[in-house]
Design a protein around this ligand. Structure first.
Ligand code: ADP
Ligand code: MG
Length: 435
């Protein structure tokens, strides 16, 4: 850890005003590491507090840049008392769980996300008093988590005593179910309802089909809502399209403001790449950025993943980051995708989802009606872009290409009108790793 701290100091020295750096950072010392935390010791309480209040974010950013992982930092004073009181410790714990760069400053705004962004900005100014609940929905990898984390960061910065509860839908369900098992529901209720000023839940669609957790959440929601506590939820689709969600939760979720984030436009994709490269010190020529931005149209996460890979190749193979290298890496990414996307894999994924046998999808016999899974298999094969209608027909038990066409058309229509079908396609596509 001392090693990490030395590198962090070097970075901070470059980033901060030299006088400020000298004044404050000469007064703290690396002490030890405990439970994976860096313990820093300051000469006195005032210095510890000042550095915490003014430089903790910079320190965390630098740690992230050096280590690419979160390491908690704790301040102590010379008399060796753990420095922060309980309240600020809670805040620190939350800060440690948040991703340091998922802040408003690092969120690039454009037409596709500006409404969601502005709504979040309003909320942090007057939590609980403008849009409540705020429900943000949109596809995979387009910035929902980033915005929700920005809200958390900003609330922590603005309101000193605020108690924020930030979790994913999945951890909410787990927590509630564990508490139920060991008879500790009261303490979870107390923490979520009694003590929190603001509830932020990412990927609330995870509650789908979890009846007990939904029931619990309904009461938590109502209690916080009537006390004018801010609630922000994100989801991959509208409340009405989340299957197996009770109607009363659907109507609660939609009671405030619902905003969507659309897939990123080309200019936004470019800006996000350039900013990321800038933040991480990657030298990214514009033609490479343009090329990557045009290759990935829907998910920012995939786009960023591609940049990471290209940059890693350049670094490890000691090559300049050129268009040629980017194209070469892209070819690999595409062929990896294709390997995953064999007709058998697609058919198997569909069969697993519907809990039927793959042979039922390919069989010509009509033992029972499994046209929906079969049509979905046709639709996904077609949309993967790797198979012609004739090929799809061949893999699906020798069906004619007109049959395939009408199956695909059926799903195209159903996706618009039937949430269960929409959900099924989304989930299967995600399982196949092509979302
Ligand atoms: P989601 O939760 O919608 O699946 P994330 O919020 O995790 O997506 O975003 C995926 C990645 O893309 C993250 O690294 C995030 O920082 C980045 N990202 C998405 N939208 C933006 C944006 N508008 N500006 C900057 N980065 C973004
Ligand atoms: Mg997310």
């Amino acid at each position: 850890m001392l090693n990490i701290w030395t590198k962090v100091l070097e970075l901070l020295k470059k980033r901060l005003d030299p006088i400020q750096f000298e004044t404050w950072f000469s007064q703290i010392h690396f002490d030890s590491d405990q439970d994976g935390k860096i313990i820093l010791v300051a000469n006195d309480d005032f210095t510890a507090k000042w550095i915490k209040d003014n430089y903790l974010e910079c320190i965390k950013d630098a740690i992230w840049d050096v280590e690419k992982r979160h390491i908690a930092v704790e301040f102590r004073t010379k008399n060796s008392q753990p420095y922060p009181d309980k309240e600020s410790r809670l805040k620190d714990e939350l800060r440690d769980r948040l991703i340091p760069w998922m802040t408003f400053e690092n969120f690039v705004v454009s037409l596709s996300n500006e409404v969601a962004y502005s709504a979040c900005q309003m909320i942090v100014k007057r939590p609980g008093l403008t849009y409540n609940p705020l429900f943000i929905y949109g596809g995979v990898g387009i910035g929902k988590t980033h915005l929700l984390q920005s809200v958390a960061h900003e609330l922590l910065n603005r309101f000193s005593g605020i108690n924020i509860c930030y979790m994913t839908g999945e951890s909410y369900v787990n927590e509630v179910m564990n508490a139920l098992k060991i008879g500790r529901l009261d303490s979870v209720r107390q923490r979520l309802r009694g003590q929190s000023d603001c509830l932020l839940i990412d990927d609330i669609q995870y509650l789908a089909g979890k009846d007990f957790a939904q029931e619990e959440f309904f009461h938590t929601f109502n209690e916080l809502y009537s006390a004018q506590k801010q609630i922000v939820l994100t989801s991959d689709q509208l409340p009405i399209s989340i299957p197996r969600l009770t109607d009363r939760l659907r109507s609660r979720f939609g009671a405030g403001l619902m905003v969507d984030i659309q897939p990123p436009e080309p200019e936004l994709r470019l800006q996000i790449l350039l900013r990321k490269a800038g933040r991480e010190g990657i030298y990214l020529p514009e033609e490479v950025a343009l090329y990557l931005a045009q290759e990935f149209t829907s998910s920012v996460r995939e786009l960023e993943g591609a940049l990471n890979r290209v940059a890693a190749h350049a670094l490890i193979r000691k090559l300049p980051l050129t268009l040629t290298l980017a194209k070469e890496v892209m070819t690999r990414i595409k062929s990896e995708k294709r390997v995953r996307l064999t007709p058998n894999n697609i058919i198997k994924a569909v069969a697993d989802y519907f809990e039927i046998d793959a042979s039922e999808i390919t069989s010509v016999r009509r033992s029972r009606d499994i046209s929906l899974p079969r049509h979905i298999a046709m639709y996904i094969m077609k949309n993967s872009g790797h198979f012609s209608l004739q090929e799809i027909g061949k893999y699906l038990g020798g069906r004619r290409h007109t049959t395939i066409l009408s199956g695909i058309a059926n799903i195209e229509e159903k996706i618009k009108t039937d949430p269960i079908c929409e959900r099924a396609v989304k989930d299967i596509v995600r399982c196949l790793g092509i979302a």
